[in-house]
Design a protein around this ligand. Structure first.
Ligand SMILES: *Cc1c(COP(=O)(O)O)cnc(C)c1O
Length: 417
């Protein structure tokens, strides 16, 4: 083995980490609230929050306390036994949906979707041997094999075939396309009510209601991937309820990202609806049918309980709505010819840039416009997240202030000048 002379974080990472991510040349040592710092003390305003994960900002004292307290008591037991943090968190998540159901805990967004996909398969197996799931172009459902098979973007699938069969992709928002894709093997429809990775695309109420109606008529499950848009980011516990005019109730919901402020945790909710002779849907995945060793880990659940508690006590759903609206208005005041569109719901904000913006960005041999723009913003001290070719996402913590929004908008304005 050759001895490496690598010493800095970047050198070590490039030498020893498998290069699955296209990362920015930036190392982060610590954070507090909306800000992060490098080892050498450079400060950045973090409007990505670890990709919509740190809902309360970095190193939130109550989350830190909950993690410390729980880890001094019990870190892990396996799912052979019960623990209070998981039981209590499940109750609160069900209450937040405001409909009867039950929760399964896992460790990531991909696994949360995997749970819903397995639910659909099981439901199909006991109702006539159906298995096909309709998903949407531009969607993102995670990096496991079922996740990339469900995802409606070619770039995540390339080189990994054969994929898991049984997924059909249709254009997002197109109810007629969904109807044409229905077949006798169709068992479920899975979608993000607001597409995140795809560039912040928001479903409209008619589409969601049309899907619900179709599912009811055809005996299909309606499954929402709320891994990015759920649990408060849009100003509601349920992302889909933030879409004006919606009153649909899905049969299953997947969560992860914002659930525990960065402690690994995923979850899915399944409705208690009775389907024919099958009994409650949430009891369909019975003993031995699904599981994961770490699922419902008491430390992750304690962190999540602290997150929910602070969101409620500090009215952060309201803050996400109000500061989100303020942010959107401030972005509009930039009035740059380079801004093509702004799409936003609460603190899930996408800015689509015009291709002409290439003219003001430092040229780089490769890289999409959004990535190059994000690099330019890093130079000004602001972290934002590329989504696709020409969209930047701003996903600050739910407790972000108007003052911090002003600062972020000034930095963006400076780059667009
Ligand atoms: C991030 C994301 C996932 C995958 O979550 P992981 O925790 O990375 O597995 C799935 N669906 C959506 C909508 C996401 O944004």
């Amino acid at each position: 083995m050759t001895v490496s002379t690598a010493t800095t974080v970047l050198e070590l990472s490039k030498r020893y980490l498998i290069p699955t991510y296209s990362r920015f040349d930036l190392e982060i040592q610590r954070g507090a609230g909306c800000r992060v710092w490098t080892e050498s003390g450079h400060e950045f305003l973090d409007f990505g929050a670890g990709i919509a994960v740190c809902s309360l900002g970095h190193a939130h004292p109550e989350v830190t306390k909950a993690i410390a307290h729980q880890s001094a008591q019990l870190v892990h037991t396996s799912n052979l036994y019960y623990t209070r943090p998981a039981a209590e968190l499940a109750r609160q998540l069900v209450e937040n949906i405001d409909a009867e159901g039950k929760v399964f805990f896992c460790n990531s967004g991909a696994e949360a979707n995997e749970g819903l996909i397995k639910l659909a398969r099981k439901f199909g197996a006991v109702s006539g041997g159906r298995y096909e799931i309709i998903t949407f172009q531009g969607s993102f459902h995670g990096r496991t094999l079922a996740g990339i098979s469900a995802t409606g973007q070619e770039k995540v699938k390339k080189g990994f075939g054969p994929l898991v069969p049984g997924f059909v992709h249709v254009p997002y928002g197109d109810l007629e396309a969904v109807k044409s894709a229905l077949g006798e093997k169709t068992i479920a429809i899975l979608l993000e009510p607001i597409q995140g990775e795809g560039g912040i695309h928001i479903a409209n109420a008619e589409f969601l209601q049309g899907l619900r109606k179709l599912c009811d008529e055809q005996g299909l499950l309606l499954l929402f991937d709320e891994v990015q848009c759920g649990l408060g980011r849009t100003g509601d516990w349920c992302g889909w309820k933030s879409i004006a005019g919606t009153s649909v109730l899905p049969d299953g919901v997947a969560w992860a990202k914002g659930i525990a402020n960065g402690f690994p945790l995923g979850a899915c909710w399944i409705s208690s609806r009775n389907f024919m002779h099958l009994g409650p849907l949430c009891d369909l995945l019975g003993p031995g049918s699904h599981g994961t060793t770490y699922g419902g880990n008491p430390v992750s659940c304690a962190a999540a309980l602290a997150v929910l508690e602070v969101i409620k006590r500090e009215s952060l759903l309201m803050n996400a709505l109000e500061v989100g609206a303020y942010f959107r208005e401030e972005l509009r005041t930039i009035q740059s010819p380079f801004i093509a569109k702004i799409r936003a719901l609460g603190l899930m904000i996408g800015v689509e840039f015009d291709p002409s913006i290439a003219s003001i960005l430092p040229s780089s041999p490769e890289g999409q416009l959004a990535g190059r723009l994000a690099t330019a913003l890093i130079a000004k001290g602001l972290l934002a997240i590329p989504a696709g070719e020409r969209v930047l996402r701003f996903l600050p913590p739910l407790n972000v202030t108007r003052f911090e929004v002003d600062e972020a908008v000034e930095k963006l304005r400076a780059v667009l000048k």
